[in-house]
Design a protein around this ligand. Structure first.
Ligand code: PMV
Length: 361
């Protein structure tokens, strides 16, 4: 598939108005996407667990306008009008208009809500952009008289979501999604996420992700700024190669269920992501003292118990705790007694691996 394959032929049907609702989850990267080329093309391949509980539900209402001069839409978050979200949506519409030429023909009302608090420091862009992309694809499907294969629908929705926020293209399906060309993963693409095509050991079924909310504040660095700092970064080349290698290594980890190797790759990826930020110019430290406290506690716990609890981080201070279902009871006790104290107001979110977006209506 190339970009051109997503430019539609003239639509076969007319549509006055209607509405679609999709709910789409967040995802957590194991091999991180950090650095991009023009048009949201990733500098390296990434792989993520799709989450289950952290999700956005979006209803898109649309009605035909009398002219097609400009974009017309209103956006609401939990029922509250959010004009400050408009520039982001407008940029998204501009980027995808060539692939969805009906955007200026309708007035849209976008009503969106998250299962997690907006100010939790958990990025809502992956779940939000993927839910919106799916709603827009439902409109296109209608304009094509429903004559669209499920595979094309999902591929194009992921392609569109990527143009809204890169990692959003990994949220539509589950439970393990690859985005970015990788020579050992057939069908992998820089343009959209694909399901991980190989065997996954049962140890990874129902894997847990407990998200410790260390800092609920606004992001210090937007991911756009962060990605751009990988241009001319002194370690960029090695980092991008490392991501390819780590994805190759994960193949046997997933096949054999080697949790120790899994932990080594996942924690190294998280720390490398932060190392890239610390060694860019300008430089940033996004971890907080409590992030470090939690990491040290995890390492001590692992040494003492031999249980397979590990952490990963996004571009922020919150800590994602990953662990297998089989060990969940003991690990959960440890989280409650030792780690929750480091969370802002004791807040954390219990999530687990999930299977992607769902059409609500
Ligand atoms: O999708 P963006 O542009 O917000 O980038 C997200 C990047 C990380 O969350 C830090 C890593 C990843 O692969 O999800």
């Amino acid at each position: 598939m190339t970009e051109k394959d997503f430019i539609p032929k003239p639509y076969s049907s007319a549509l006055e108005k209607g509405s679609f609702t999709w709910s789409s989850p967040s995802n957590i990267a194991l091999v991180k996407y950090w650095g991009k080329k023009e048009n949201q093309i990733p500098a390296n391949p990434s792989i993520s667990f799709t989450l289950d509980a952290c999700k956005t539900t979006t209803e898109l209402k649309f009605s035909k306008k009398s002219n097609s001069c400009n974009y017309s839409f209103d956006i609401f978050l939990e029922g509250e009008k959010k004009d400050d979200f408009k520039p982001k949506i407008e940029t998204f519409f501009k980027r995808i208009e060539v692939y969805l030429p009906f955007l200026k023909d309708y007035h849209f009302v976008i009503e969106t809500s998250n299962t997690f608090p907006y100010s939790s420091g958990i990025a809502s862009s992956a779940s939000g952009m993927s839910a919106l992309a799916l709603c827009l694809m439902s409109v296109e499907k209608e304009l094509n008289d429903k004559n669209v294969s499920e595979e094309y629908f999902m591929q194009k929705a992921s392609f569109l979501a990527r143009l809204g926020s890169g990692s959003a293209c990994r949220s539509l399906q589950g439970d393990l999604i690859v985005w970015g060309n990788h020579n050992q993963i057939p069908e992998s693409s820089d343009l959209y996420g694909v399901k991980y095509p190989f065997k996954i050991h049962k140890k990874f079924k129902n894997f847990h992700d407990t998200i410790l909310l260390v800092d609920k504040g606004e992001k210090q660095v937007s991911s756009t700024v962060g990605h751009n700092l990988m241009h001319n970064h002194p370690y960029a080349k090695q980092r991008f190669e490392q991501a390819h290698d780590n994805l190759s290594k994960l193949k046997s980890v997933f096949k054999e269920g080697n949790l120790n190797e899994f932990i080594a790759i996942v924690e190294s990826e998280a720390l490398t992501l932060h190392a890239m930020m610390m060694t860019s110019m300008p430089y940033f430290i996004l971890m907080k003292p409590n992030t470090m406290e939690i990491i040290n506690k995890i390492w001590k716990f692992r040494q003492e118990t031999g249980l397979h609890l590990c952490f990963t981080l996004d571009a922020g201070a919150n800590v994602h705790l990953l662990y297998p279902e089989k060990e969940a009871e003991d690990i959960f006790k440890f989280i409650n007694t030792e780690l929750v104290a480091y969370c802002q107001n004791g807040h954390y979110i219990c999530d687990r691996i999930g299977f992607g977006a769902k059409k609500v209506k």
